[in-house]
Design a protein around this ligand. Structure first.
Ligand SMILES: [Zn+2]
Ligand SMILES: [Zn+2]
Length: 509
């Protein structure tokens, strides 16, 4: 059947474009800073296409390339000023300012790989430093040197100032000081002669010594061709006129003989309430670990799996509840438990799944988890009991426990005041007129009978009509949580201990 989901469409195009044993989906980044929730769009976009390929039944690899032979370019905010002395070294030879990893690059790589794994990304990681040092790209480097004039002309087309006349499409790391503060001469074949600002000089064959690398604008097309990549999407900024994509294509084809790949643009990720896209330089980044504190990993995948050409907002406010609700609905569609089935949502859900399972997991609504965990003061076992009063079918399995823990994090860190509450342990002092007392008594009787939350909601409403609906509701909220508003009242009362609720309504304690 023809799929409408974008990831499956790309997968079909990929298969049509080349006949291969194994298709390559690629992504990559320089590990020179926190890889944030904005960067994660590319990571997951590629992963969805990779998963769609596997789902169709072909072999595929998701290779994640670390540009970790790139130089340490500047000292970012939050890193001690003394790190200036490392500028020019590869990021993998720059020390970790926080002292917890073997290098500056490892610090960011490590955090990312943990987050990616938690989000169900199974990538094959490739270190460019290792590849270059092994001399894997010797022939490609030679091609770049041979085509130096052509490469320069392509790059110059989009530059205000042309590259200097002595520009070379490669950089050499000095064997003495380790930095790329060098100038070199290509002696033909694989031979290079260089001098460094530190005073060192040397001559080497780059098949034996991997101390030369291509600059990023040449490295990317080289790598796309070398690995015969089939799919690599990139951000909007790369696809603008003069962006790396425009210069990549001619170099990829003419210099490295690339066979073609599919490289669409994906839109930006915003943090709600901010006009600028998420970026380290704008200083408005959210990390994936922060998302994982309140979003289930599969819900994160679902959220990122919007149409590739559409931007989306990450939010920690009430929108979070909607995201969970949409995810739950897609899950019900997938398991055929909704009347109307949207196939696109079914595909979107399938690509979000991390844990394979035979039957639909239990689905306590996130908003109910938020109330339950507050009633239970953060105690997950008690919160499961609370949830069961509303949803007797809930067994308190993994999904439910996880959601309750995430809901508690959300309450503590991000939830707006309107959804936060603490149940009062003792009866608050409150002036209540006789008519209202009568209503409370009637409601207490219904609670004693054990009616369900929605019916109780209707009872309270009917009682309220005798005097003042709004006032009755706020009186009850004040009695229980000391605020005049709160969660939907009927289900809220129905989810607490029955004797406690009855006593409180009878103003007995
Ligand atoms: Zn570290
Ligand atoms: Zn040197």
């Amino acid at each position: 059947m023809e799929k409408s989901h974008w990831a499956y469409k790309y997968a079909e195009q990929i298969i049509k474009a080349k006949e291969k044993d194994t298709y390559i989906v690629e992504s990559g980044i320089t590990p020179s800073g926190v890889i944030h929730a904005g960067n994660f769009r590319e990571v997951l976009t590629q992963d969805f296409v990779y998963r769609a390929l596997l789902d169709i039944g072909v072999n595929a690899v998701y290779q994640y390339v670390w540009d970790d032979y790139d130089r340490f370019r500047k000292v970012p905010k939050g890193v001690p000023k003394e790190w200036e002395e490392y500028i020019g070294l590869p990021v993998t030879k720059t020390p970790d300012p926080w002292g917890c990893h073997d290098s500056y690059a490892s610090h960011f790589k490590d955090a990312f790989m943990k987050e990616a794994e938690q989000c169900g990304v199974e990538a094959k990681y490739i270190s460019m430093r290792e590849e270059y040092e092994k001399g894997v790209f010797s022939d490609e480097i030679k091609k770049a040197l041979e085509n130096r004039d052509f490469i320069k002309s392509v790059l110059d087309k989009y530059r205000k100032e042309p590259l200097p006349d002595d520009w070379m499409p490669a950089r050499v790391y000095c064997e003495k000081c380790g930095k790329d503060t060098t100038r070199f001469e290509w002696l033909g074949d694989y031979k290079i002669k260089y001098v460094c600002d530190c005073g060192n000089e040397g001559e080497f064959d780059f098949r034996r010594k991997g101390i030369i690398k291509l600059p990023w604008r040449v490295d990317w097309p080289m790598r796309l061709a070398y690995y015969d990549v089939d799919f690599e999407s990139s951000g909007k900024e790369h696809q603008a006129a003069g962006g790396s994509m425009t210069t990549t294509i001619p170099i990829y084809k003419k210099v490295f003989g690339g066979r073609g790949f599919i490289g669409p643009m994906y839109e930006f990720v915003y943090f709600k309430g901010q006009k600028e896209k998420m970026s380290s330089s704008a200083g408005n980044v959210v990390t994936v670990s922060q998302l994982l504190e309140v979003y289930e990993a599969e819900v994160i995948r679902y959220m990122y799996n919007t149409r590739i050409n559409r931007s989306f907002e990450i939010s920690f406010d009430m929108d979070l509840l909607n995201t969970y609700n949409y995810f739950d609905k897609a899950e019900r569609m997938y398991y055929g438990k909704e009347k109307e089935i949207d196939e696109n949502e079914v595909d979107r859900y399938r690509l979000s799944v991390i844990e394979k399972r035979d039957e639909m997991p239990e689905q306590p609504p996130f908003s109910s988890c938020v109330n339950a965990i507050q009633i239970a003061l953060g105690d997950i076992e008690k919160a499961i009991e609370v949830l069961r009063k509303l949803y007797p079918e809930i067994e308190g399995k993994g999904r439910t426990r996880r959601r309750l823990a995430l809901a508690w994090n959300w309450v503590k860190k991000y939830a707006p005041e309107q959804v936060k509450f603490t149940v009062k342990e003792s009866l608050p002092e409150l002036e209540i007129d006789d008519k209202t007392k009568q209503s409370l008594k009637k409601i207490a009787e219904k609670v004693k009978e054990g009616i369900d939350g929605e019916s109780l909601q209707a009872v309270i409403y009917e009682e309220g009509k005798k005097t003042d609906v709004k006032q009755l509701f706020s009186t009850i909220y004040l009695l229980f949580i000391g605020k005049s508003r709160g969660p939907r009242l009927g289900p809220f009362l129905a989810s607490m201990d029955r004797d406690f609720v009855v006593n409180r309504l009878l103003l007995k304690g």
